[in-house]
Design a protein around this ligand. Structure first.
Ligand SMILES: [Zn+2]
Length: 293
């Protein structure tokens, strides 16, 4: 089916308290494992792309791959731009066919982040594209940005309320609640009380960044607390590499490329299945009229 915007699918997920997996695609094979993995389980899915991955492959190649793969399956697929602070990249993604984008102004002072997020919101609303916006600082590495885990700053509740007040149709809101990108060194301290306080008053689905390495119990509590979009990047990258190197270790003389591509695909898709099941979105694909992009 055609690509969809992620706002309606996330609202449904939040209302029914399940999470929709958002995997960071790497290449065509990875996008295929994500979309076909979701189709196997009849789950809605978000394919998201980092700025550096877009800069490597190009806007047109990525949009074409994802649209083509989505056309061949029967589940809703959204194409999303992950963490981006560059309005020009956001515009180019919208022009190329992305159905949602993230503006990440979390490194800016609050007032500047709010003003710039609202300016991008005007663009995405006019284009019929979903927007994700962030406040606070999520720890770890995202592209070339590094935030030490102990320097990660939880979102401030009053600022959350003020931040979203002029963006009622925000597709998903990403307040920092103590999770981090990359692998966790210790047990992350998730601010469930803050999450619950936010979702009690702000009727916007919440994005859980830094999903790799959280336990089932942590996923369950975050999803029960209103997280509807669960980002998985680090684990997917590791499966991509392991699929390749494990086969090479097993069959060092094998010089045919296709078995390596298949091994990568299988390793990534197994993880896509596992995460969809962990987030409770198996069987939740809904075909709603008027949500196409
Ligand atoms: Zn993130």
């Amino acid at each position: 089916m055609a690509l969809v915007t992620m706002g309606p699918m996330l609202k449904r997920a939040q209302a029914a308290r399940y999470g929709i997996a958002a995997f960071n695609m790497i290449d065509y094979n990875s996008a295929r494992s994500i979309i076909e993995g979701a189709n196997d389980l009849k789950a809605p899915i978000i394919v998201q792309v980092s700025v550096k991955t877009i800069k490597h492959w190009g806007y047109k190649a990525i949009a074409t791959w994802v649209r083509m793969l989505a056309d061949d399956v029967d589940v809703p697929v959204a194409l999303h731009l992950d963490h981006c602070s560059d309005a020009d990249v956001i515009r180019r993604c919208i022009d190329a066919g992305w159905t949602s984008v993230m503006f990440d102004g979390s490194a800016l002072p609050f007032a500047d982040n709010k003003a710039q997020s609202e300016a991008i919101y005007a663009i995405t609303e006019a284009a019929g594209v979903g927007l994700e916006a962030e406040i606070g600082a999520i720890g770890g590495v995202e592209d070339d940005k590094f935030v030490a885990e102990d320097a990660a700053i939880l979102a401030n509740y009053d600022e959350c309320v003020a931040f979203v007040s002029a963006m009622p149709n925000l597709a998903v809101f990403a307040p920092a609640i103590g999770t981090a990108h990359g692998f966790y060194k210790g047990t992350p301290k998730i601010a469930y009380d803050l999450l619950e306080r936010i979702t009690a008053t702000i009727p916007i689905p919440i994005a859980l960044h830094g999903g790799t390495g959280l336990s089932q119990e942590q996923f369950d509590r975050c999803i029960a607390g209103g997280c509807a979009k669960v980002n998985i990047s680090t684990m997917h990258k590791h499966r991509f590499i392991e699929g390749f190197v494990n086969l090479h270790a097993e069959k060092p003389k094998l010089a045919e490329p296709l078995p390596f591509i298949v091994a990568q695909y299988d390793a990534m898709k197994r993880d896509v299945h596992d995460m969809i099941r962990a987030f409770g979105s198996e069987g939740k694909a809904v075909h709603a009229a008027g949500e196409g992009a």
